[in-house]
Structure formats: C-alpha cells, structure tokens
Design a protein around this ligand. Structure first.
Ligand code: ADP
Ligand code: MG
Length: 567
C-alpha cells in the first residue's frame, strides 16, 4: 500500500537517480491503485510511466455513458481532457532538474478520437499518465516526489475520474455528441450522401496552425435550398444542412470565397469533433481520401496506367516505381493507392493539384497530339471512377469550366455562402461547347493489390521506430515524411502508425498477404482487443496512442522509401 511507497522514497532520498527504480510496482491508495510501470533512467529521459486504476464503486460512472462504442469513446475523450485541464491547475510543475515535477497525459486537439489514455470498463476507470520523478542534479528528491504522489496525484484522480466531481451536464453533452456524429455518419450513407454540413456550422479555422474555430466574423454555413436535407439524430433531434449526394460534385467560385475552407471541413469530417468546434455536425463518409500532388515522393510498383501511359522512356506504368515522382505521377499514385486500401470518396483541391493532371483543354489537344501526352487527365476518368467503382469525387475548381460537362452538381461559393448552380453550369456547357475531345476513358480501371515483402521493412540490431511530431517517423535509418498526408491530424496517430507498422510486420506480413488485407487484419485486432494491442508495452503502459484510419496507415507504408512489394 501507499506506506510502502512512502518508506521506499524515504530510504532513497538523496541517493543517485537509479535508486528510483525501487519504486516500480503497485500500490493501493485506498481510492485507487497506483501502478508505476516504468521508471525513467535519468531526469532528462522520457518521464516515468504510471497508471491509476479507480474502481467503479469509487468512480461511479453510470453505465449508459459507455454503453456503446461511440459513447465510450466520447466518455474516454472527455476524461482525458479533464485530466489535462486539472494537471494545469493542480500540478506545480518544475521541481528540479530536467523533467522533474511534470505530470502529463496524452495531448488532445479538436477531434474526439479513440485513444489509449483513459479506459473505462464496468469494473474500473484507468488513466495512463507520465511523471517526471524529481531530482536535484541526479540526486533523488524524495520530499518533492512525496508531494507529487500523495498530494497532487490523489487530487488529480479525485477531480478528474470521479463522476460526482465532474460537470455532469458537459460530460453528457460530450458523450451524446459523439454518439450523434456516429449516427449521422451512418445515416448519410443510407441517404445516398457522401458528406453533410449542418446549417450553422463554423468552418473557417483560427489560422493555418491553429485548428480551433475562427473567433469572430465567421459566416455560419447555410445550405442552398436545393441541397438541403433533414436528418434526425438521437440527441440533437432534427438537423438541417447541405447533403452532398454520391457522384461528381464541383465546388466553384471566385478566389477567397471559401472553397478550400469548405473542402477542408469535408476532409476533416471523417473525424468526430468536440462541442464548440464549429464542425460538430460536419460529417463525411469515413473512408474519404484527400488526393493531392506530392512531387518528390517515392512510389513502389503502383499501377498508374489508368492515368498515365506511354512514358517517353518506354517504361511501363502498370508497375510504376520512382524515387522522385512528378506532380502528375504522384497524384495518380495517390489515387491508385487510395483505391487499393479502399475509398468511396476522393477529395481534390485545385490549390494542391497538378494542373496537367486535372485538365487538358481543346487548344492544347490540338497543339500536342494525344500520342505524345502520357497523361489521361482526371476529367476523362472521373466518370469511370464513379460508374465502374462507385467512387465519388468532390473537386474544388475555380479555373476550368471544362468540368461542367462531367459534373453531377455544381456548388458555387459566394462570400462564404454556397449556392446550387448546377442548372446554370449545364446551360453554359450546352451553349459554349468546348470542342474538347474525351481522351480515352471508358477502359476498365483495375486496382492491383500489392504484397509487401517483409524483409524489405525489417529492422536490424538496435534500429528503432520513433515518431517525431505530426509528420515524421524515423524508421530505422529511413526518414518517413508524411507532410502531405493531410488527413493525419494528431501526433499520437503518427506515433501509433509507427508501432502499427511494426505490429503488422511481426504478425501479418508473410510475403503472401496483400497490403490491404494486412491493414484490415491489424484493424480487426484493434476493434476486438483495443488500441493497446499495437504497443510493444501491451499490458503495461501504452498510454500515448490515438487511432489512425486504415487510409493513413496505408499512406505511411506506401511512403516508406525502403518498401518493396510484389504485385
Ligand atoms: P478559396 O479557396 O475560395 O480561395 P478559402 O477557403 O481559402 O478561399 O478562404 C479564404 C479566406 O476566407 C480564408 O482566410 C478563410 O479563413 C476565410 N473564410 C472561409 N470561409 C469563411 C467563412 N465562412 N466566414 C469567414 N471567413 C471565411
Ligand atoms: Mg482555395
């Protein structure tokens, strides 16, 4: 029990830092169990990993707050945020050298994600924290440690993980909202929609590096009457908003009128958002993928022939590899890889597309003969994607009316307000024929399933996988860059991806299983056993993951410069 911890701390006071190793173990604090899973080696190393387990008879969370997956996710998300807020209030912080005095929980953003920081079950509530054990120089400061363990920690637990001490109304709102978003995402599918943006939503963000809602002057979203639909949700009740049906949708409008902002909100609609975010009821089918040009990326044996053929060097594009893709080949590869992992909606913004991939107008067709142009532009394939594979597309275009011919609907942004201009655009398309010839298209789009070769990814000796921030994973000696994977939103997702690759390698890469199947199997394990399974510290302390989608896991593997596959 806690007296034992007290005794050890007294005994090691003033000794070298390594003496802290003696406190590893479990202690009964009466209201909760403290488990000290891993003790850091020195005051500057990654802080020590601890867990607190509060039995439900103390914590007292009503079952209906975690009675379904989305509700449980909402509750755990709320509790993680509660811990985070209370740390700022309760924990003194610096108590000596290096990380001495810190207590932390996983970082959170605007999304409600499945995380490993808090776990609610019928028997108990468990939180995973880290703690910088205090030292002066390299000398144990037991007195400071005792203030943390016996002062700060019990208060933190009491005020974050005990139901009666929480703002129950806010908690219920959070849980209900998580459930509403889950229901809404299912309902739009039944309604034949790929995205829904509720009236009143606030789409613009504070800045390019601050994902919170714009503070003042934001124009609330309002659906045009033609696209307005009503959805009934279990908690929010009847909600009206713009429903974007399956098919090909253009977002047009003058520069700076809010096109990209709308598309970005749709991109992020694959995730749930917290109350007050402004995008609480902006949802998109969960497998939507943002497609962009990404020149310089590596491509490993991807069949990009639906878009690119007859390269001047005679190289085949059915199994196309490069260390340094161009804008158009990278965009083609991004599409084919997204189809390979599985998607029903592509999202494309002209701002981040290769022009020659998107269009080739009548005049250019006359000057440069098709035989000397390897690219079949997206405009000639977008209908095939929908008709053959059922894959919808939403495209932002401000600069090319050629797309009017292929679009099922056209939404115009005008001073941040959407209008349905489909009829007008179709009329214009009739009146001003472009003489543009369709280039190819119609041929079947085949999606090739590639098989990763396990030893291409194996790590030797002391090589490690370590994520750095949102966009980088150090994979042994290879630096994996994820800057252009735009739907990766949380650094803890990036960390999870690093360990998922390792987990996939150890369990499912056998040189016979396709990439898609490997990711599906990892996913099944996560669904069945929880996100903890991907941790090398399973059963101990995997407290710092947030769940990525299969699409981002695939994106990461596809960008690993050492990856080798067979088709
Ligand atoms: P576009 O892609 O049409 O050029 P953007 O979507 O990039 O335009 O938006 C231009 C600017 O307008 C951005 O700074 C954005 O934050 C702001 N903005 C977008 N939507 C709104 C809105 N609904 N209310 C207020 N400002 C907005
Ligand atoms: Mg734009």
């Amino acid at each position: 029990n806690r007296t034992q911890l007290e005794n050890i701390l007294r005994r090691i006071d003033g000794r070298g830092y390594k003496a802290y190793k003696d406190i590893q173990g479990s202690y009964d604090f009466g209201n909760f169990i403290l488990r000290i899973d891993h003790v850091q080696g020195d005051p500057f190393a990654s802080p020590s990993r601890i867990r607190v387990v509060v039995p439900q008879k103390v914590a007292g969370f009503p079952q209906e707050l975690y009675s379904s997956k989305p509700r449980k996710k909402g509750l755990e998300d709320f509790l993680t945020r509660q811990i985070s807020k209370n740390i700022a209030r309760i924990v003194k912080g610096n108590r000596g050298t290096g990380k001495s005095g810190q207590i932390s929980v996983i970082s959170v953003g605007q999304e409600i994600l499945n995380r490993t920081s808090v776990l609610v079950a019928d028997s108990s509530v468990e939180a995973r924290l880290t703690m910088g054990l205090p030292a002066r120089g390299r000398t144990v400061l037991a007195g400071q440690a005792m203030e943390m363990f016996f002062g700060e920690l019990p208060r933190l637990v009491e005020q974050s993980l005990v139901y009666k001490n929480l703002d129950n109304a806010a908690l219920l709102r959070h849980v209900n909202l998580a459930e509403d978003q889950w229901v809404l995402r299912n309902k739009i599918k039944e309604m034949g929609l790929v995205a829904f943006i509720a009236n009143g939503s606030i789409l613009p963000r504070r800045s390019g590096v601050d994902d919170r809602p714009m503070e003042s002057g934001a124009v609330p979203f309002k659906s045009p009457p033609e696209l307005e639909v009503m959805v009934e949700l279990p908690h929010a009740g009847k909600v009206w908003g713009m429903g974007i049906p399956k098919g090909i949708t253009l977002i047009v409008g003058g520069g700076y009128h809010g096109k990209s902002t709308l598309l970005r909100a749709i991109e992020r609609g694959v995730y749930d958002h917290i109350p007050g975010d402004g995008r609480e009821l902006v949802v998109t089918v969960e497998d939507a993928v943002k497609i962009r040009a990404e020149d310089g990326r590596r491509v490993e044996k991807v069949d990009i022939s639906p878009f690119i053929n007859n390269l001047p060097n005679g190289e085949s594009t059915r199994s196309f590899s490069t260390e340094n893709a161009s804008g158009s080949t990278s965009q083609a590869a991004n599409i084919m890889e997204a189809l390979e992992i599985g998607t029903s909606l592509l999202l494309i913004d002209e701002d981040t597309s290769a022009t020659n991939f998107m269009i080739r107008d009548a005049r250019m067709q006359k000057l440069v003969h098709k035989d000397s142009e390897p690219i079949t532009p997206f405009i000639d394939r977008v209908e095939d994607l929908y008709e053959q594979l059922g894959v919808s597309t939403i495209i932002v275009v401000g600069g090319s009316g050629d797309y009017f011919d292929v679009a099922h609907r056209v939404i115009m942004m005008e001073q941040y307000v959407p209008k349905d201009v489909t009829a007008k655009a179709k009329e214009i398309a009739q009146e001003y024929r472009t003489d543009r010839k369709k280039e190819g298209g119609g041929q079947p789009i085949r999606v090739t399933h590639r098989i990763p070769i396990p030893h291409s990814l194996s790590l030797k000796g002391r090589e490690k996988i370590k994520s750095r921030g949102l966009d980088n994973i150090q994979y042994g000696h290879t630096n994996l860059v994820l800057d252009d994977v735009e739907q990766l939103v949380d650094i803890n997702q990036t960390r999870a991806i690093g360990d998922i690759i390792r987990y996939a390698m150890e369990n499912y890469m056998d040189g016979k299983t396709t990439l898609r199947e490997i990711i599906q199997r990892v996913y099944r394990d996560i669904e069945e056993k929880g996100l903890d399974v991907i941790s090398p510290f399973e059963g101990l302390h995997p407290g710092d993951y947030a769940q990525p989608r299969p699409q981002e896991i695939g994106a990461a593997i596809n960008r690993l410069r050492i990856l080798k596959v067979k088709q």
